[in-house]
Design a protein around this ligand. Structure first.
Ligand code: ADP
Ligand SMILES: Cc1ncc(COP(=O)(O)OP(=O)(O)O)c(N)n1
Length: 270
């Protein structure tokens, strides 16, 4: 059994963060573990408050996992402050796990900030060089690269700029664009494009967490990066197609392994 760790924030409403990561890991048949960096009181409509776990406690959770269990891949999500970024990066340098996927979460879908704006510098200098794959959405890629993105050429240029910051692969996700949902992977040599039609739904809470956790699972299972991303794109598309109308705002993606494998129709499972 492959073992996969999420280092991220907790979403009590279950749609994003650690909760989405663990559901995605289970759907992929890998054993999920979690290090909680922040506790977020949030739901499908809003973020009420954030309580960060102390850097010392973050590091102790990471120690507890790595001193006991061999980890096949690590997904990193919400890191709200420079302190928790440095705490996590220090432990990554110590344990040197394989397959580090970093989702540089800055905002929730409803626009609430999940990262302190003063932390962008630390994100670039300390966190990004740890990433085997970095998965920014368009607003995050704009903040990190310092450029405006309004076309596919811009997405590619931003991916190149971010790659130069020291990660091994970058995927700029197209969920926030208009038209088809196209994600662009750059590995330092070439671009890969992953395209699906845009699903007409407001229920997209947790799409980024789901996508990055699916990539992490696929890497743990031994897929090369382009195939890991391709299968994760299929997974997240299916999870959005079957997203649930739970709550008053943006409902969550749905994790259902047989849906993923067999491509069942929504009417067959609800
Ligand atoms: N409405 C949609 N239809 C199809 N795919 C989508 C839709 N919204 C997001 N995606 C896909 O979901 C994944 C996550 O992207 P995105 O929503 O941009 O991330 P984030 O949650 O970090 O903002 C990407 O593969 C993106 O293309
Ligand atoms: C605790 C926590 N972590 C991350 C997010 C952001 O999740 P993401 O999948 O990028 O998208 P939305 O959930 O914001 O649609 C979060 N909300 N909470």
């Amino acid at each position: 059994m492959k073992k996969v760790l999420s280092i991220a924030g907790s979403d009590c409403s279950g749609g994003a963060g650690i909760q989405a990561d663990l559901k995605t890991f289970s759907a992929h048949g890998v054993f999920g573990m979690s290090v909680i960096v922040s506790i977020v009181a949030e739901n499908t409509s809003r973020v009420i408050d954030i309580q960060d776990v102390t850097p010392d406690m973050i590091q102790k959770q990471i120690d507890a996992v790595f001193e006991d269990i061999e980890v096949d891949a690590v997904k990193i999500g919400m890191l709200s402050t420079p302190y928790c970024m440095k705490a996590v990066a220090e432990k990554l340098r110590q344990y040197k796990p394989k397959n580090i996927v970093i989702d540089p979460v800055m905002y929730a879908k409803n626009g609430c900030p999940l990262m302190n704006p003063n932390a962008v510098d630390t994100l670039i200098k300390v966190v990004i060089p740890c990433a085997d794959i970095l998965t920014p959405n368009i607003p995050e890629a704009e903040k990190i690269s310092g450029m405006t993105i309004s076309s596919m050429e811009d997405m590619e240029a931003a991916a190149k700029r971010i790659y130069e910051m020291g990660c091994r692969n970058v995927i700029v996700k197209g969920g926030h664009a208009i038209g088809n949902a196209v994600d662009v992977l750059y590995d330092g040599r070439q671009f890969y494009h992953y395209e699906t039609y845009r699903i007409n739904t407001k229920n997209t809470h947790g799409t980024g967490c789901t996508f990055s956790s699916a990539i992490t699972s696929n890497l743990a299972l031994g897929l090369p990066v382009p195939q890991a991303v391709e299968q994760a794109k299929q997974y997240v598309t299916t999870a959005i197609e079957h997203a649930l109308s739970i709550g008053k705002g943006n409902g969550p993606t749905h994790h259902f392994y047989d849906l993923y494998r067999n491509g069942l129709q929504k009417s067959e499972v609800l």
